[in-house]
Design a protein around this ligand. Sequence first.
Ligand code: 5GP
Ligand code: MN
Length: 317
Amino acid sequence: MTLDDILEEMKKAQNICILAHENPDGDAIGSSLGLYDILSKMGKNVEVLMKNVPETYTFLPGVHNIKEEPTIEKFDLAIVVDCPDLKRVNSGLIQYFETAKVKVEFDHHMNNSMFADYNIVNHVSPACCQILVTSFDYLEVELSKEAMTCFLTGIITDTGGFKNSGIGEETFEIAGRALNQGINLPSIYKASLLTITKSRFEAQKLAMDRMEFLAEGRISFTYITKEDIKNLNLKDGDHEGIVEIGRNIQNVEVSIFLREEEKGYKISLRSNESVNVAEVCMLFGGGGHIRAAGANTTMPLEEAKHALVRAIEKRLK
Ligand code: 5GP
Ligand code: MN
């Protein structure tokens, strides 16, 4: 059984690195730091390599151990979390995965390419953190309060506060268990999903002001530019939540949010009931989940908007 083999590899390894996707979210950071806690308590030398960690997650135990660059060159074991393929792994850090002796991944995305030596993938799981909890439960590895705090954070953020598709009995069992361990779930919920910085609020205000409705109100569209990011002094992760605003409006099936980056735009899509947005994003070289997906494009804003609207309209029921 693969999970048992992974535990053996963890026991054999001394130097371990943990990697996740670019613009890391609560699930990527929670998965990485939960694993960090487990492996460092096993006596391993563990490095979580990650750039652009949003300020929102500075409450997580172990967050100060995150490094932008490793202190060693070559790892015995590399673990990638919350990434469907190697393209999603932070490009400046990918070499530490490629040169590691043993490669492991834990993921929950639809179009996962099974890129590691050991792949623990469950695309119906609502969060990578949930896969990690069930995996370590199976292995009978005890999860400390710190590890559970990290994993619960990823579950809360990736499920949008226990409401997105994929949640089930298991999700609530983990939440109940965390409460029994003395973890302050309401405070994590508030810190990771509700509390926003003033500049994040300004970004939401601007995006709302610009929001357009297309296809008879079934599609919402908004964007922010590089100039907005500079003017509002937006930090990493400050755009999070904007795409949800459109999705929550009555009659909207798909919400489109474009964020200008160094080169081109980052596409974020969310849907409510019928459109598979992962499929739409795959047309643009991206992917994700049925109800939440993303991609990158080098098309100019208007062109990207029209291409997305066309692809979504075809799929509206
Ligand atoms: P978000 O809109 O929050 O950036 O991303 C929503 C979901 O789509 C996340 O699960 C994320 O991992 C996935 N996703 C976002 N961007 C990309 C991308 O460029 N490629 C792939 N394969 N998945 C993405
Ligand atoms: Mn995730």
